[in-house]
Ligand binder design. Structure first.
Ligand SMILES: Nc1c(N[C@@H]2O[C@H](COP(=O)(O)O)[C@@H](O)[C@H]2O)[nH]c(=O)[nH]c1=O
Length: 268
């Protein structure tokens, strides 16, 4: 009797549940090529005990939106599906307040099978209005991190809040208060949230990268040139290319886009 070929959908379900009941069951059979790719792409995210993975979808010229903030869509449906898969594999999604203000995302798992993670919004000033989708009743839990004395009391009672100290940094030529990425990660890990997706926007992902607080970065490049607008990764200036980051990477095709899976922990 020939063995049943493992489909992509079955491989995905296996990734979601593989270590349930404290035992990791092997997949019983040969893999279809798409099943192989799913295991190859997402397997490394599930291996370590704790992980923080950043993601951005950008144009060839490194933009994630126009100067007005129009961003739907830079990357194609396969990348959006990939984003939903990343969400389904983590304990918490982290976004900056700017992304909630400009994109009003839901941050839920909808395109694929899987459960919703906790949604974490970094809003030091507690300034976001209550009518954003992440604060609506009936969805997964949202946690707002704010600085001491700035609890967003105007938000509905089902929104969780936690206080975290800030540090003062220079951003866009001005002094601003931001959370140190390591402090955010430590705070969430102390709550048992060991797998984090830093989903956006460009400034938040860049700050986590600059602070060496990401283990992997998934950058999807769409064959589009915007030519101006909001940048993806922006790091402090370097004088010499010898100081540029050149992490080991893997490349995956997502429809018409290319995904770079950067391994920020291994040395090249
Ligand atoms: N437009 C755009 C992205 N936009 C981002 O997608 C998310 C939408 O969340 P939701 O409302 O739950 O569907 C949110 O984080 C938003 O900032 N992402 C990408 O990878 N590529 C794109 O072209």
């Amino acid at each position: 009797m020939s063995e049943e070929i493992i489909t992509e959908a079955r491989a995905w379900r296996w990734l979601l549940t593989r270590c349930d009941n404290a035992a990791c069951q092997p997949l019983p059979g040969p893999l279809a090529p798409a099943a192989h790719e799913v295991l190859d792409l997402y397997g490394p995210i599930l291996e370590p005990d704790t992980i923080a993975i950043g993601q951005l979808g950008q144009s060839l010229d490194g933009r994630i939106a126009t100067h007005t903030g129009h961003s739907q869509y830079v990357t194609g449906p396969e990348d959006i599906r990939h984003l939903h898969r990343l969400r389904a594999l983590v304990d918490a999604i982290v976004v900056g307040a700017g992304t909630v203000a400009s994109d009003d995302p839901q941050l839920t798992v909808r395109d694929v099978e899987g459960r919703n993670p906790l949604r974490v919004v970094l809003d030091p000033e507690g300034r976001l209005a209550a009518d954003h989708k992440v604060f609506a009743a009936g969805g997964p839990t949202t946690l707002v991190l704010h600085k001491p004395g700035h609890a967003p009391d105007h938000l509905p009672a089902h929104v969780e809040r936690a206080e975290l100290p800030v540090e003062t940094i220079m951003a866009d030529g001005e002094q601003r208060e931001r959370f140190a990425p390591r402090r955010v990660r430590d705070h969430l890990e102390a709550r048992g949230l060991n797998r984090l997706l830093v989903e956006g926007g460009g400034r938040t992902v860049s700050r986590f990268l600059a602070a060496d607080t990401l283990d992997r970065l998934h950058l999807t490049i769409a064959p589009m040139i915007i030519g101006s607008g909001r940048p993806g990764i922006t790091l402090p200036p370097i004088d010499s290319l010898s100081r540029a980051l050149r992490p080991p990477f893997r490349e995956f095709r997502l429809g018409g886009d290319n995904l770079y899976d950067l391994d920020l922990r291994s040395k090249p």
